[in-house]
Design a protein around this ligand. Structure first.
Ligand code: THU
Length: 160
């Protein structure tokens, strides 16, 4: 028996002001998009904004439903919209943010497992890592060079 140790390299910035211009701009778009989330049930609003290789920015926000499981996360709304409109454009970067109706989100929001898998599918499809920028309402910002940092031992088409 041996132990397989997994490590992740996550850049931690003290606040959004520390981000470079491109990351800060994308996060701003995510925050704007968050305001339009349809989250009457959870009151947890999530915003996402991604930048394609052609420079276009596509936004997404969570879309809830009275039939709860039908809800779609902000990240997947943005990624699927981008894939539908620009099927041949790789995603360069994705910013995600959230705010809660009941408490201050003071640490970076991290994508759910299903969204991590979808983000990874896009990396796999275009053979290009996606820079992922994560923030709450205040506090630190996490930046990942690839979703693999928070989705180790990834399942992909190589297994099929
Ligand atoms: N949500 C997202 O939009 N993205 C995530 O990665 C996690 C969760 C949404 C789904 C639901 O509308 C609300 O947040 C509470 O789970």
């Amino acid at each position: 028996m041996k132990i397989l140790s997994l490590t992740a390299n996550i850049e931690v910035y003290e606040n959004v002001e520390e981000l470079n211009h491109a990351d800060a701009t994308l996060m701003e778009a995510a925050k704007k998009s968050m305001e339009d989330a349809y989250a009457p049930y959870s009151k947890f609003k999530v915003g996402a904004a991604l930048r394609l290789k052609n420079g276009k920015v596509i936004i997404g926000s969570n879309q809830e439903n009275a039939a709860f499981p039908v809800t779609l996360c902000a990240e997947r709304v943005a990624i699927f919209a981008a894939a539908a409109q620009y099927p041949n454009e790789a995603i360069e970067a994705l910013a995600i943010t959230a705010k809660s109706g009941s408490r201050l989100v003071d640490k970076p929001v991290t994508p759910c497992g299903s969204c991590r898998q979808v983000i990874h599918e896009s990396e796999y499809r275009f053979k290009q890592p996606i820079r992922v920028i994560l923030h709450g309402e205040t506090g630190e910002v996490y930046v990942l060079e690839t979703i693999k940092d928070i989705l180790p031992l990834t399942f992909d088409a190589n297994f099929l």
